[in-house]
Design a protein. Structure first.
Length: 277
């Protein structure tokens, strides 16, 4: 029932989009702690990057011997699950490219087309004289319906590892992860217009070597696990970009009257004016 359709490429939601959103979220926490040089911002490191590239691109995270400079926050996507039971708002399965594989994401009145329709309807009712009667309830509206590809839902698990030299530094880094969500463990974050829901897991695993009296450097480690309910749109570089379609609905649909019921009369005949005859 729609017409006047046009399409345009829209930003895809890929695995990199979710990863980037998580990295940006950690950066927005702006984690600082006290060091022997004063207040210092903890560096954020994505573990998927090659070590050689890390040393060359950002020498501030390693010293002359290649050892990590603490405090440090690392991010790693530890696992990903595509659970058929997790389908979000779209419970039915539609194969890509078939009818129903797209959904309306936004509906906006088209003021220009609505005005043109109502003006044409008024002139028609007034038979071109400009004097007509506007019937109540006859204000049909033309809408622009924006359709996008139905997403595929996935669950990503991220391990955020906090590393520090002292217990006080670890307390400074860990506390924002506990308090940023308030009394609950969930929060919303996003990137490029895409929004995701995340859950900070209840347990914060600690791995400290302070009880070891050997010659190893003292390190405090705490792992924060964040579960993200994400979604993917399109197939990334292996397929064309997901499409956003704009469709205008028809203002009104009329059906002609079927003259087959006994009792209907032909208005311009005085005799033998039954349609049935």
């Amino acid at each position: 029932m729609d017409y006047n359709e046009d399409s345009q490429a829209t930003p895809a939601c890929t695995l990199e989009t979710i990863d980037g959103a998580m990295y940006d979220f950690i950066e927005r926490l702006n984690l600082h702690t006290s060091t022997n040089k004063g207040l210092s911002k903890a560096r954020t490191l994505w573990l998927g990057t090659e070590r050689v590239y890390q040393i060359k691109s950002d020498k501030r995270i390693r010293d002359a011997t290649g050892a990590l400079i603490l405090p440090l926050v690392t991010i790693n996507r530890s696992s990903m699950v595509k659970d058929p039971a997790f389908k979000g708002a779209f419970q039915a399965h539609y194969p890509p490219g078939t009818e129903g594989s797209s959904t309306i994401t936004k509906r906006v009145p088209n003021q220009e087309k609505t005005s043109n329709y109502q003006t044409a309807q008024f002139l028609k009712d007034s038979k071109g004289t400009g004097y007509g009667k506007h019937e109540e309830g006859d204000s049909a509206i033309v809408y622009d319906n924006y359709n996008s590809t139905v997403p595929v839902y996935v669950t990503d698990n991220y391990d955020i590892t906090l590393r520090a030299e002292y217990q006080q530094q670890m307390n400074d880094l860990l506390q924002p992860f506990i308090t940023v969500t308030g009394g609950i463990n969930s929060f919303l974050f996003g990137k490029d217009g895409h929004k995701f829901e995340a859950f900070v897991q209840q347990e914060f695993a600690q791995n400290n070597n302070m009880t070891n009296l050997g010659e190893q450097e003292r390190v405090f480690e705490t792992k924060v696990t964040i579960k993200v309910l994400g979604y993917l749109v399109g197939e990334g570089l292996n397929n064309k970009k997901p499409t956003l379609s704009r469709r205008e609905n028809r203002a009104k649909i009329r059906f002609s009257k079927e003259r087959s019921i006994v009792g209907d009369k032909v208005p311009w005949k005085d005799k033998d004016n039954d349609y049935r005859d």
